[in-house]
Each structure stands twice: as C-alpha cells, then as structure tokens.
Design a protein. Structure first.
Length: 66
C-alpha cells in the first residue's frame, strides 16, 4: 500500500485525525508526503484502528481518469 498525501482528497481536512499523521508525526521531513506500507503493515494499522488504538486511515483517493 502506498499512501501519497499530496493526492489524498482529504488532505488538510482530516490530516489531524489520520493514522499516517499519527504514526509519522515529528518523524518525517515536512516535504515528504508519501508513506509506503507493505501488506502486513497495512493489516496491522487496520487492526489497531479497529481496536480504537490509533485513528483510522483517512486517505481518500481521487477518481481515476479513463
């Protein structure tokens, strides 16, 4: 799973309650807007969110053209 914050439809609206912001706060450089999770990491984040331990992923991808 690749998460590109620059293409997220919710950028700026839900960043404060997004698991990506939660997991990378103060760790990533401010100009970095892409985070990659492998399948195991994505499953772990989903399980943490379902358990209420971290905020859910707020990523909303724009519709694909064509």
């Amino acid at each position: 799973m690749m998460i590109d914050c620059d293409s997220c439809e919710m950028r700026g609206k839900s960043c404060g309650d997004c698991v990506v912001s939660f997991l990378t706060i103060e760790v990533r450089p401010s100009d970095r807007a892409r985070v990659e999770f492998d399948d195991d990491e994505a499953s772990a984040v989903a399980a943490l969110a379902e358990g209420g331990l971290v905020p859910p992923l707020r990523l909303v991808r724009p519709p694909r053209a064509g």
